[in-house]
Design a protein around this ligand. Structure first.
Ligand code: ATP
Ligand code: MG
Length: 312
C-alpha cells in the first residue's frame, strides 16, 4: 500500500465564489506539510474535501491508494481528521465521546481500552474525562478533538489549526506530538502561526483565494522576498565609494543600495543574487581592507513577511 495522501486538482465553488481552485499536493509518511494562507483562502474547504466531508466539484483525494469518492468507507479508516473549531456532540462527556469514537472505529475489548488510553495520554486529557465537552475550555476542546483524530493511529492525519487556542506549553506539547506521530504518518497541518511551519513542517503549501501560490520549503517561501539574506552595513561616508566598488566585484552580489546618509553614517544594503549567503565574502573584503564598519548584520526574512508579500 502506498503510504501517502495525494490531492489532485481539487476544485470547489460556492455560488460564484471559487473557494478552491486546482489545489494539488502529495504528502508521504514521515512528512509534515504546513498548509497556510489568509483567512478564507480555502484551507478548511480543501481539508474537508480531502477527508470526504465535502464533495469536490472536481478532482480527487487518494488515501494510501484508495480514492475517497469511490471507496469512502475504506479511505476514512486510513485517515484521522481534526476539523476546525470544537468537536461536535458537546453534550457528551469527554470519555463518552471517546467511547463513541471507539465504537465508530470498530474497537472492541482490550484493544478498545488500549487505543482510548493511548489517545487520552497523548492528548493529555486525563483529568477532563468526566467533564461535559461544552463546558471545557477552548484549548481542552481542541485536545479532545485531537484525541479522536489520532485514536486509531491512522496512516494519514489532517489537522485543521490543531494549536488554535492552546497556551504556549500546550502548543509546544502538540508540536512535539505531531513530530512524533509523523514518523509513521503523513500529516497535513493548517496553521496561522508561521513559526510552527519552521518548528515542525518539512514542507509548506501556501494558498491565496483558492489558488496555490507556493508549494515547497519554508526557505523557498523566504526566497520570494528580495531582501532575504541581504547584508546591512553601517559605515563612515568617506569609505562608501571604495567599499561599493570592491563589493561589486563579488559575482554573487546583485545590487547595492545606499541609505540614510548623514554626516557621520551611511547604511549600505547589499543584495545577493538568488538569496545566496554572501556574508563571508562581504566580511572578507571589510577585513582585508580594514574598512571602518560600525555595524553589520544579515537580514533573515521572517516567514510572516514573505506570507504578507505573497498574499496581498
Ligand atoms: N458552506 C459554504 N457556503 C458558502 N461559502 C463557503 C462555505 N464554506 C466555505 N465558504 C467560503 O469559502 C471560502 C474559503 O473558506 P475556508 O473556510 O476554506 O477558508 P480558510 O482558509 O479555512 O480560512 P480560515 O483561515 O479563516 O480558517 C471563504 O470565502 C468561505 O466564506
Ligand atoms: Mg479554516
Amino acid at each position: 500500500m502506498e503510504n501517502r495522501i495525494v490531492l489532485d486538482s481539487l476544485h470547489k465553488s460556492f455560488g460564484d465564489l471559487k473557494a478552491v481552485n486546482d489545489v494539488s499536493m502529495t504528502v508521504e509518511v514521515g512528512e509534515i506539510l504546513g498548509f497556510i494562507g489568509p483567512n478564507g483562502s480555502g484551507k478548511s474547504t480543501t481539508m474537508k474535501m480531502a477527508t470526504g466531508y465535502l464533495k469536490a466539484d472536481s478532482g480527487t483525494s487518494t488515501i494510501c491508494g484508495v480514492d475517497m469518492e469511490v471507496n469512502p468507507k475504506e479511505a476514512k479508516k486510513l485517515i484521522g481528521y481534526l476539523p476546525e473549531g470544537a468537536p461536535a456532540y458537546g453534550e457528551m462527556t469527554t470519555i463518552g465521546f471517546l467511547n463513541f469514537i471507539a465504537d465508530i472505529r470498530g474497537f472492541y475489548g482490550k484493544k478498545r481500552a488500549i487505543q482510548i488510553d493511548k489517545a487520552v495520554e497523548r492528548a493529555r486529557i486525563k483529568h477532563v474525562l468526566h467533564q461535559q465537552i461544552d463546558t471545557l475550555s477552548k484549548g481542552y476542546k481542541r485536545r479532545v478533538g485531537l484525541s479522536q483524530a489520532i485514536m486509531h493511529e491512522p496512516k494519514i492525519l489532517i489537522l485543521d489549526e490543531p494549536t488554535d487556542g492552546l497556551d504556549p506549553n500546550q502548543k509546544h506539547h502538540v508540536r512535539e506530538l505531531i513530530t512524533e506521530i509523523s514518523k509513521t504518518t503523513a500529516i497535513i497541518v493548517s496553521t496561522h502561526i508561521l513559526e510552527e511551519v519552521d518548528a515542525v513542517c518539512s514542507s509548506v503549501l501556501l494558498i491565496n483565494k483558492g489558488n496555490v501560490v507556493l508549494n515547497g520549503s519554508s526557505s523557498e517561501l523566504r526566497s520570494k522576498v528580495e531582501s532575504n539574506n541581504s547584508i546591512m552595513i553601517k559605515i563612515d561616508p568617506k569609505s562608501t565609494e571604495d567599499l561599493k566598488r570592491l563589493l561589486l566585484t563579488i559575482p554573487s552580489i546583485s545590487k547595492i543600495d545606499v541609505l540614510n546618509e548623514t554626516e557621520s553614517n551611511v547604511n549600505i544594503n547589499i543584495y545577493p543574487k538568488e538569496n545566496q549567503v554572501i556574508l563571508t565574502e562581504v566580511a572578507k573584503i571589510i577585513a582585508d581592507h580594514k574598512f571602518p564598519v560600525k555595524d553589520i548584520y544579515q537580514n533573515h526574512i521572517a516567514l510572516d513577511e514573505a506570507f504578507r508579500k505573497l498574499t496581498v
